[in-house]
Design a protein around this ligand. Structure first.
Ligand SMILES: Cc1ncc(COP(=O)(O)O)c(C=O)c1O
Length: 419
């Protein structure tokens, strides 16, 4: 590859110039600034280097389990299906099954054929298509409000889609819980008709979700402001173990007359991380409006990646459509969620047994794969350097990394650092 360019000056013949001036190293990319290091990669590397036999990695948010996937994958492989392109909006069976899972069999817009749906490159891709669609067609201000804090990628995804990203209060660091009053107050203060991103369940990174009652009030406040809700549902089933319960907020908003859009991911709840299976959908007012939205989503997707990959979507739709596999999967999702709930309880119990005077109720009040411990950056550094426990500096730990074998040691480490 050509990494240097020969720089010549027209005024002086090449031969008469000193060699250093003739061949000036000037890469095309010399002006590209270095981006910040990846926090999770940093944790993974520090973890790898640590010689301790008792080290614990709670940085990465991945649950490793089968979740019915091998059986479904075998079914797909045995069918010896072609590798032809899918349509722009993906594998049709997958789209209808994903919509049914999210919106539920009683969903009015689903029954009435007014949900525009497209398969996406997992949850991130769904958010990105959503961002692009809103940027192009949302009739109001091109700004979206996200919670403080939110999944680290939300800001980048929406900014790169051309939207301005603003924030609303969500987490109260004093209670290590939801700042419900702050959230509702901020929703009420937003300019009329604003776009607002809501985590449907298992809020990442805090693990703090509104209660059903609080969701009702949030829906009222969003309606009062004439705001437009965008739900990000990356963990359906992972929070409570029940895919219907975890879809409560989305379904409640729809019952209340909102017409939200939705990003779905099958990375976590089906263990299809690297297959990149997700969906973006928009609830519209009529089948005719749906058709117009569909056509524009296609126009957006086509120049991005033409059409999505088929394999993961076939696995997901097999799991969703085959009654026996579906039952098995729902059981396994429940098993995952229950294990996480159990590990939370064990961690709290161990901390209390050690004599910690702090309240650890937040560990069991929070939900989903992540727990916000309330530990500060300095305490998290100590946890890594002195106790070989690795997680992000914001105090977030992945509960999926806790086991009945390491929970005692983890509690001891937290107790030594925090008291
Ligand atoms: C809140 C939230 N949304 C979306 C995603 C997207 O995940 P993926 O693109 O792997 O489906 C994640 C992943 O961690 C997430 O936590």
């Amino acid at each position: 590859m050509l990494a240097t360019r020969v720089v010549t000056r027209t005024a002086a013949p090449l031969r008469s110039l000193p060699a250093v001036q003739c061949l000036r190293a000037q890469s095309t990319w010399s002006g590209v600034p270095q981006g910040p290091p990846d926090a999770i990669l940093g944790i993974t590397e520090a973890f790898k280097k640590d010689p301790s036999g008792e080290k614990i990695n709670l940085g990465v948010g991945a649950y490793r389990d089968d979740k019915g996937k091998p059986t479904a994958e075998q079914q797909v492989v045995q069918q010896n299906m072609d590798k032809e392109y899918a349509g722009i909006t993906g594998v049709p069976d997958f789209g209808s099954a994903a919509a049914l899972l999210a919106y539920g069999p009683d969903s009015a817009p689903l029954k009435e054929g007014r949900i525009a749906m497209t398969q996406s490159i997992s949850g991130t891709g769904a958010l990105r298509i959503g961002g692009a669609f809103l940027h192009r067609f949302f009739p109001g201000a091109k700004a979206i409000y996200i919670p403080t804090p939110s999944w680290a990628n939300h800001k980048a995804v929406f900014s790169d889609s051309g939207l301005e990203v603003k924030q609303y209060r969500y987490y109260n660091k004093d209670t290590i819980g939801l700042d419900f009053d702050g959230m509702v107050e901020d929703i009420k203060k937003m300019p009329k008709g604003s776009m607002i991103l809501l985590h449907a369940c298992a809020h990442n990174p805090t693990g703090v979700d509104p209660t059903e009652q609080q969701w009702r009030s949030i829906s009222d406040a969003v309606k009062e402001g004439g705001h437009y809700p965008f739900f990000d549902m990356a963990y359906q089933g992972f929070a409570s173990g029940d895919t219907d319960k975890d879809a409560f907020a989305l379904r409640h908003f729809i019952k209340e007359g909102h017409q939200p859009c939705l990003a779905q991911s099958f990375a976590k709840n089906m263990g299809l991380y690297g297959e990149r299976v997700g969906a973006f959908s928009v609830v519209t007012a009529s089948p005719e409006e749906k058709a117009r939205v569909d056509s524009q989503v296609k126009i957006l997707v086509r120049p991005l990646y033409s059409n999505p990959p088929v394999h993961g979507a076939r696995i997901a739709s097999t799991i969703l459509k085959d009654p026996a596999l579906n039952k098995q999967w729902l059981g396994e999702v429940k098993g995952m969620a229950d294990r996480i709930i159990e590990m939370r309880a064990l961690l709290k119990e161990n901390l209390e047994k050690l004599g910690s005077k702090h309240s650890w109720n937040h560990i069991t009040d929070q939900i989903g794969m992540f727990a916000y411990t309330g530990l500060n950056a300095e305490q998290m550094t100590k946890l890594a350097e002195e106790h070989s426990v690795y997680a992000t500096k914001d105090g977030r730990i992945s509960v999926a990394g806790i086991t009945s074998q390491n929970v005692g040691r983890l509690a001891e480490a937290i107790y030594k650092v925090k008291g």
